[in-house]
Design a protein around this ligand. Sequence first.
Ligand SMILES: [Zn+2]
Length: 232
Amino acid sequence: MAFLDGMLLLEERRAVVEYGQRLLTHGLTRGTGGNVSVLNRGRGLLAISPSGMDYFETSPEDVAVLDLEGRVVDGKRKPSSEADMHRMLYNGRPDVAAVVHTHSPFATALACTREAQANGLPPIHYLAALAGTAGKPLEGPYVRCIPYYPFGTELLAQAARDGMEGRFAVLLGNHGLLAAGPDIHYAFNVAEELEFVCELYCRARTMGTPELLSDEDMGVAMERFQGYGQGR
Ligand SMILES: [Zn+2]
């Protein structure tokens, strides 16, 4: 394993492999859809899923390493077609060090509706407050939804970055979900919990009129999340 030991951004590349597999095992994507990346801000480099590769056949050396201008620094594979979407977030957001992009079914279905593209994810469950960034009360929806832009384009990357302002997630119209966080565990958790909230919203609507939480309820939930868990 001498070769692996000297690999650039080995720890981050291993995380990209592990969390790429979790996208599938946790039902957050199908086939080779979606992608994950991890930033090493000290070195100004990010590790990102290779383009169109089976998550269970991807090893650390397949993971692409890019600089923050998008140049491939290491790795023999082509980086994910959404690399700009990850990179632009890292460039504008010092609070973000990992990004998870999914095509999870309920979040994507919601992002295909006019209602979501106009109003974002309704505050149906307190877990949606996970998308809020540290301690700041949010104006407008906790998770916005941007309109459709062609995949892999700079237009999509810019709109996603703007849609995520002050938040750790954004729905991508007619496409999927983008989640972020200070580390890969956090970003993945946001993606997974928001998929759950989107599923609840869908199911609740089939049963009746969803009762929405107030801004105050959501603000309290966000505050409580600041002190929740084992700390980092
Ligand atoms: Zn996608």
